[in-house]
Design a protein around this ligand. Structure first.
Ligand code: PEP
Length: 240
């Protein structure tokens, strides 16, 4: 049976002080985590070292929100897999829809980033998902198939995480139905493998996660808003 994986995507939220406050409160809380579940957060680059220092233990994984497609050199503002690895970061979100939209990242860029991440011991969380327009014109399956094929080209798909995040559901409060999430994750399963971990993301809450995780091809969640507060984050990852 596959593990589950629940990652909070903090996006551009929390100063270092706020990161410390989050973990101070988190580390005091008593709860039992879901069994066989990888959990953690993706912090802004400047917060990663604070999160690594303050996390309760190594079971709590720390992810970056992006990664460079280069290992070193004249790439101002970028952070490489080598740097992340040495710090203790083990996952990198790659190709989030906000990076695709605001930074014009293409499937080819995402493929190159995922490749360098894998080669250097960082597990890529590759984000795919259709826009509202594509959803309404019934192109979701085709769009997502193309994204998955192009983003995973030449990669060992058993070693990557795919986050299916319909763009119309991110930060909108409009979550996909469980059936729809399952259907789309099944499409991704066919293009990857039985071992690949496939997350759903898009307005997931402590209330909606339970049914979502019961879907056979949904192996976890990538969660934005509901991961920012300690009590809500704990509700996402605690054993029911
Ligand atoms: C995300 O940031 O990937 C996300 C799914 O955000 P939210 O849960 O807020 O929709």
């Amino acid at each position: 049976m596959r593990n589950k994986i629940i990652i909070g995507n903090w996006k551009m939220n929390k100063t270092p002080k706020e990161v410390k406050a989050f973990f101070k409160e988190f580390n005091k809380a008593t709860f039992k985590a879901r069994p066989k579940t990888i959990y953690g957060i993706a912090a802004p680059a400047c917060d990663l070292s604070y999160a690594l220092d303050e996390r309760p233990n190594k079971k709590f994984v720390i992810s970056s929100q992006d990664i460079s497609k280069h290992l070193s050199g004249a790439y101002t503002g970028e952070i490489s897999a080598l740097m992340l690895k040495e710090m203790g970061v083990t996952y990198a979100i790659i190709g989030h829809s906000e990076r695709r939209t605001y930074h014009h990242e293409t499937n080819k860029d995402i493929n190159e980033k995922a490749k360098i991440a894998l080669e250097n011991g960082i597990c890529p969380i590759i984000c795919v998902g259709e826009t509202l327009e594509e959803y309404e014109s019934k192109k979701s399956k085709k769009v997502v198939e193309t994204q998955v094929k192009e983003c995973t080209k030449g990669l060992d798909v058993t070693k990557v995480v795919i986050a299916y995040e319909p763009v119309w559901a991110i930060g909108t409060g409009k979550t996909a139905t469980n059936d729809y999430a399952q259907q789309m994750c099944a499409v991704i399963r066919k293009l990857t493998s039985d071992k690949t971990l496939i997350q759903y993301g898009g307005s997931v809450t402590p209330e909606s996660i339970e049914e979502l995780l019961k879907q056979p091809d949904v192996d976890g969640a990538l969660v934005g808003g509901a991961s920012l507060k300690v009590d809500s984050f704990i509700k996402l990852i605690e054993k029911k």
